[in-house]
Design a binder for this molecule. Structure first.
Ligand code: FNR
Length: 387
C-alpha cells in the first residue's frame, strides 16, 4: 500500500498504517510472534490455502451473517479477542473497542492485562461483555476479579490456559521489552521512539494516561508503569495449574466459561470434562510455542472430538470475513478476532475498528452468497473445495 491510499480497507492496510503510527517496540509487541515466528506465519498461510467452492444461481437476495452463541444474538460469528495493553496502542483503546463491538453487535473481550479496568469498560454501555483471565498464583486475586467481573455485567469468562510458561518473542528481546536494557538505554530508546511518533506520543502517551493495568492495580499497589505490571505478571504465571484447577474455577464462576488455548482433541475433551461451556482452538496467535500446528489445521479434529458437547471457537490467523466463513465451514461456531482490531485501533481509533468490523461482515456475506448459502446455519465443509 503506498501513501497515496486515501481509505484503509483490508487488515493489511490497517497493519501498515499501525506500523507507521506506533513506536517500534509497541508495533513489534503487537505484530510479533515467538521464536522463528513459524506458527504465526502458518496461522495465516493455512487459512489462505483453503479455497471456496463457488456456486451460482441460488437465490441469494437475502443473506444473513447473524448467529447465536450461548443464547445471544450476534451480527456475525465473531467476538473480539482479549489483547493485553490495547490501551497503549490507542487512547483508552479498550473503551474504543467496546463501543465499536457494541455498535456492530458482537461481544468484546477485556484482557486481564488491559490498560482500562473492568469498571471503566462497564461504563461504556449496559451491554454485557466478556472478560479474560489467567490463573495467577495469587488465587485471592483470581476470585476477587471474578467477583468484580460479575458485578459489572460480564456474562462470559474466557480462561486462557496456554500460558503455563511464557514464550519469548525475539522482536521484544531486541527492543528491550523483555528486559536486557539498563535504565538509561531504556529511557533513551523510549524517548527516541516517542519523538519519532509525535501523534502517538500526544494522543496515547500523554492523553491516554494512566498507563497502569487497570484490573491489577489493587493487587500491585506499587506498580506505576506497564513494565512494573509485566514483571508482576511474569512472577504470577502459575506453571502448576492442572485441569483440577479448572474444576475449581468452574465452581467459582456460574456464567459461560470458555477455555482458550486448546490445540488438541485430547485437551478439548479434558476441558469439557472439567465443565467448560466452550473452548477456543488457539495457539495464542503464534506467541507461545513456535512450530505447533495452526489453529485452523487443528480445528476439524477438535470439532470431531467435542463439537457436540460444547461451543467450539477458534482464534489465531483470522484476517478477513472470508476467514470467518472458512472457520465456520470447518466446524467453528465463531471466531475471535485478534490483531486486526488492534491494528485498526492504532490506525484509526473507534472509527477504524468499526470500519474494519463492517468490512469483515460484508466480506463474510459476499463469500456466503457466492458459495450459495444465505444463513450461517447452512455453512459446512461443502462450501470448501476439498480436492
Ligand atoms: C494477545 N493474546 C492474548 N490472549 C489472552 O488470552 N490474553 C491476553 O492478554 C492476550 N494479549 C495479547 C496481546 C497481543 C499483542 C496479541 C497479539 C495477542 C492472544 C489473543 O487473544 C489471540 O489469541 C491472538 O491474537 C490470535 O491470533 P491473531 O489472529 O491475532 O494472529
Amino acid at each position: 500500500m503506498g501513501s497515496l491510499n486515501l481509505v484503509l480497507a483490508s487488515t493489511e492496510d490497517y497493519r501498515r498504517k499501525a506500523e507507521k503510527k506506533l513506536p517500534r517496540f509497541l508495533f513489534d509487541y503487537l505484530d510479533g510472534g515467538s521464536y522463528q515466528e513459524r506458527t504465526l506465519a502458518a496461522n495465516c498461510a493455512d487459512f489462505e490455502a483453503l479455497q471456496f467452492k463457488q456456486r451460482v444461481l441460488y437465490d441469494v437476495s437475502k443473506v444473513s451473517s447473524a448467529t447465536t452463541l450461548f443464547g445471544d444474538d450476534l451480527a456475525m460469528p465473531a467476538a473480539m479477542a482479549p489483547i493485553g495493553m490495547a490501551g497503549m496502542m490507542a487512547q483508552r483503546g479498550e473503551l474504543q473497542a467496546k463501543r465499536a463491538a457494541d455498535a456492530l453487535g458482537i461481544p468484546f473481550t477485556l484482557s486481564t492485562v488491559s490498560i482500562c479496568s473492568l469498571e471503566e469498560v462497564a461504563k461504556v454501555s449496559d451491554k454485557p461483555f466478556w472478560f479474560q483471565l489467567y490463573m495467577l498464583k495469587d488465587r485471592g486475586a483470581v476470585v476477587d476479579m471474578l467477583q468484580r467481573a460479575r458485578a459489572v455485567n460480564v456474562d462470559t469468562l474466557i480462561f486462557t490456559v496456554d500460558l503455563a510458561v511464557l514464550g519469548a518473542r525475539y522482536r521484544d528481546v531486541r527492543n528491550g521489552m523483555s528486559g536486557g536494557l539498563n535504565r538509561w538505554a531504556q529511557f533513551r530508546s523510549t524517548t527516541l521512539s516517542f519523538m519519532g511518533h509525535p501523534s502517538w506520543a500526544w494522543h496515547v502517551g500523554i492523553k491516554g494516561k494512566p498507563h497502569t493495568f487497570g484490573n491489577l492495580k489493587a493487587y500491585v499497589p506499587d506498580a506505576s508503569t506497564p513494565t512494573d505490571f509485566q514483571a508482576w505478571i511474569a512472577e504470577q504465571v502459575d506453571p502448576s495449574v492442572t485441569w483440577k484447577d479448572i474444576e475449581w474455577l468452574r465452581h467459582q464462576w456460574d456464567g459461560n466459561l470458555i477455555i482458550k488455548g486448546v490445540l488438541s482433541p485430547e485437551d478439548a475433551v479434558a476441558a469439557v470434562n472439567a465443565g467448560a461451556d466452550g473452548i477456543s482452538v488457539s495457539n495464542h496467535g503464534g506467541r507461545q510455542l513456535d512450530s505447533v500446528s495452526s489453529a485452523i489445521a487443528m480445528l476439524p479434529r477438535v470439532v470431531d472430538a467435542v463439537g457436540d458437547r460444547c461451543e467450539v471457537l477458534l482464534d489465531s490467523g483470522v484476517r478477513s470475513g472470508a476467514d470467518v466463513l472458512k472457520a465456520r465451514a470447518l466446524g467453528a461456531k465463531a471466531v475471535l478476532i485478534g490483531r486486526p482490531w488492534v491494528y485498526a485501533a492504532a490506525a484509526g481509533g473507534e472509527a477504524g475498528i468499526t470500519s474494519l468490523l463492517n468490512t469483515f461482515k460484508s466480506e463474510l456475506q459476499v463469500a456466503m452468497a457466492l458459495t450459495g448459502v444465505t444463513h450461517t446455519d447452512q455453512v459446512d465443509a461443502r462450501i470448501l473445495d476439498r480436492r
